[in-house]
Design a protein around this ligand. Structure first.
Ligand SMILES: [Zn+2]
Length: 311
């Protein structure tokens, strides 16, 4: 059994995967706060999966996807602000305790691996574009995650597409994340709500002026990210995931309309068939946890000696 976890700001999704790559179990828990809380959540989720597994199938590897930066060449996570984690060495804490290899990857990159595997189209080059609090993409080509030498590949959220656009937390103006990130939309919408993006969309439908501007920015920002991913990497498909995709067709239709508008004016853009290359991750998909399980399994096969560590 391979275990994969997607540690999110509020919830942790954990799956058990067998050697054939089939998900055989799934649990969801609230995520604890800070390095100790996150570690305890991971241990609890693994325990829950182990209890529900049939027979006596030992855990052979653990993969964890979590927000924040994963230091290249290590499994240290830094700047996972949503989890209250400034720095965390999860393998250092867990490997001696569990006696198996623990791999850690950025959650968006893990979701890209999972989305690619779930689609079962092996030769496909895929970008997974996460539309959550922030905006970032993970890229899978030749069946492998493409990180780039410094782990920056796919960080399209901080490409500025409008020099006169809203300020971004990174210090630039008009970043894709400033237009289409959930935190930025909530900040610009200014009305208290537990679902600010949905409220903004409803208000836009009702004709509210500010909401219509924000909705236009959201669609333009996502469409810009799709164009950039296709024009730089020539991805076959851009799979949209993350909290904002709960909007479903309201999001997809808006993005497609934006892509169609650019295709209308340009035979070249038309030739890219962008509208056919955008898909939504199915609601409730375990892509990130599944991808984390696959990354953990791959890491274990490449470095089996780490599995020998016992505490
Ligand atoms: Zn930015």
């Amino acid at each position: 059994m391979r275990v994969g976890l997607d540690v999110g700001g509020t919830k942790t999704d954990a799956v058990a995967v067998d050697e054939s790559g089939t998900i055989t179990g799934r649990v969801r828990l609230a995520t604890g706060w800070g390095p100790d809380g996150v570690t305890a959540t991971v241990v609890e989720a693994i325990g829950a999966l182990a209890r529900e597994r049939p027979g006596d199938d030992p855990i052979r590897s653990v993969g964890v996807g979590m927000p924040g930066q994963v230091v290249p060449g290590s499994a240290h996570v830094t700047h996972a602000v949503n989890l209250g984690v400034a720095e965390l060495d999860l393998p250092g804490r867990l490997q001696p305790r569990l006696g198996v290899a623990v791999a850690v990857e950025n959650d968006v990159k893990a979701a890209a691996v999972g989305a690619h595997a779930l689609r079962r189209r092996q030769g496909e080059t895929l970008a997974y574009l996460n539309l959550g609090t922030g905006v970032a993409a993970g890229i899978v080509r030749d069946g492998r995650l493409w990180r780039g030498p410094r782990g920056t590949a796919g960080e399209v959220g901080h490409i500025s597409v409008d020099p006169d656009g809203p300020p971004c937390q990174c210090g630039q103006r008009g970043c894709i994340e400033a237009l289409a990130g959930g935190a930025s939309i909530a900040r610009r919408w200014e009305r208290p709500s537990s679902l600010p993006v949905r409220d903004m969309m409803d208000a836009a439908d009702a004709g509210d002026h500010t909401a219509r501007r924000l909705r236009g920015d959201l669609m333009a920002g996502v469409a810009a990210a799709v164009r950039i991913l296709v024009l730089t990497v020539d991805v076959d498909v851009v799979v949209l995931g993350g909290g904002i995709t709960a909007l479903g067709d309201r999001l997809r239709n808006g993005v497609v309309a934006e892509l169609d508008a650019s295709a209308e004016a340009s035979a070249f853009m038309r030739s890219l068939h962008l509208r056919e290359r955008v898909e939504l991750l199915p609601a409730g998909s375990a892509a990130a946890a599944f991808g984390a399980a696959l990354i953990g399994a791959a890491r274990d096969r490449e470095h089996p000696q780490e599995s020998m560590i016992h505490g």
